[in-house]
Every structure is written in structure tokens, then in C-alpha cells.
Design a protein around this ligand. Structure first.
Ligand code: IMP
Ligand code: MG
Length: 181
């Protein structure tokens, strides 16, 4: 794999799609074990746009009855979180009394997930879980945030690909790339 340029920045290969697949197998097995035999129909909530690829790959591996819904949120401009979380597209399913598995691309400060969990619980969700493809544990600011399912921990660097963008570019890359310093 070679370096790539998106806008003004250069990124180098970091995690291959094959490695991501193995991580997703492992995290899906954990989720399946926890939800096995459930008699409710949990809602899987894809947080657009970033988690579109992870959601698609994860869903194919989940084997309990579930419903899919999507929500669009954003807090990032360029390579930094603004700290202000915006919901830019709403939910269509009723959440009352339901368990919700939030599917996220990456958790950094945790503000996005904290705000989303609060919102879902405010709309009546009985319990919310976070399943994230990537987690930057050293960047977590919301110390009491429970990140239930993590496919892979990474260091503090900015990454793109597999749904993740740099100012909207790079989402279509099947592997993950890291900012080249
Ligand atoms: P948080 O609210 O700080 O946890 O940020 C989470 C959101 O910021 C994620 O949903 C991503 O959309 C975005 N984000 C965080 N880190 C990265 C990164 O390294 N690359 C691209 N987007 C990122
Ligand atoms: Mg996101």
C-alpha cells in the first residue's frame, strides 16, 4: 500500500481491511454472545456517515433479531473535534423500552457518544450500548463513558478510511490510513 494525499495532508497505510475484518469477527462474537437468545428486538443504530462501513460489516455477523436505524451526527471540522455535537438527521424508530446498540466509527473525547446516549435515553431507550470500530483510550474526556464493544484500540493520531474522513474525503478507502508527520 502506498501513501495517499487528501486535501493538503499525506496519510500512510495503517490498518488493512483484512485486519479490520478479524477485529470485527471478534467484536461480533462478543455482541452475539451477550445478545444470544434475547426476546426483545434490539435496535442497531448506525451513526452516519463514519460508521457506514463498520455497520455493514458488523451487521452481516450478528445473528439475533435486530432492527437497523441510522442517525447523522457531527462534531468534527478538519482534524479536530469542535466539542459541539450536532444531530443533523433524525431517528425514525420508536425507542420506548428498547435496547439500542450504537454503532460508531471512532470514539475520541467521548462527547458524541455521551450526547447520543443521553438523547436516546431521553426518548425512552431502556439501555444503550456502544460498539465502536476504533477507540483512542488516551483521548477519552468523558471518564465514566462505558465503551461496551471496541474492535480495535489505537493511539492518538488522526486516521482516515473505512468510513472515516478528513473534511469528507477518504471515506471510500477500504483500509485505514494514518496522518503522516
Ligand atoms: P468524540 O466526540 O471526540 O468522541 O469524536 C468522535 C467523532 O469524531 C467520531 O464520530 C468521528 O466522526 C470523529 N473523529 C474522531 N477521531 C477521528 C479520526 O481520527 N479521524 C476521523 N474522524 C475522527
Ligand atoms: Mg462519527
Amino acid at each position: 500500500m502506498e501513501k495517499i494525499t487528501l486535501h493538503d495532508k499525506v496519510f500512510r497505510p495503517y490498518i488493512t481491511n483484512q485486519e479490520l475484518s478479524a477485529d470485527i469477527d471478534a467484536v461480533a462474537a462478543r455482541i452475539n454472545a451477550d445478545f444470544e437468545g434475547c426476546d426483545d428486538v434490539p435496535l442497531v443504530l448506525c451513526v452516519l456517515n463514519g460508521s457506514i462501513m463498520f455497520t455493514a460489516d458488523l451487521l452481516k455477523r450478528l445473528n439475533f433479531p435486530l432492527e437497523l436505524n441510522s442517525i447523522k451526527m457531527s462534531s468534527y471540522v478538519g482534524t479536530e473535534s469542535t466539542g459541539e455535537v450536532k444531530v443533523t438527521m433524525g431517528l425514525t424508530a420508536s425507542l420506548v423500552g428498547r435496547r439500542v446498540i450504537i454503532v460508531e466509527d471512532i470514539v475520541e473525547s467521548g462527547y458524541t457518544m455521551e450526547a447520543l446516549k443521553k438523547m436516546l435515553e431521553g426518548k425512552g431507550a431502556s439501555k444503550t450500548y456502544i460498539a465502536t470500530m476504533l477507540f483512542k483510550p488516551e483521548m477519552l474526556k468523558v471518564k465514566d463513558l462505558k465503551v461496551d464493544y471496541v474492535a480495535r484500540n489505537i493511539a492518538n493520531d488522526f486516521v482516515v478510511g473505512y468510513g472515516l474522513d478528513y473534511n469528507e474525503l477518504g471515506r471510500n478507502l477500504k483500509d485505514i490510513y494514518i496522518l503522516d508527520k
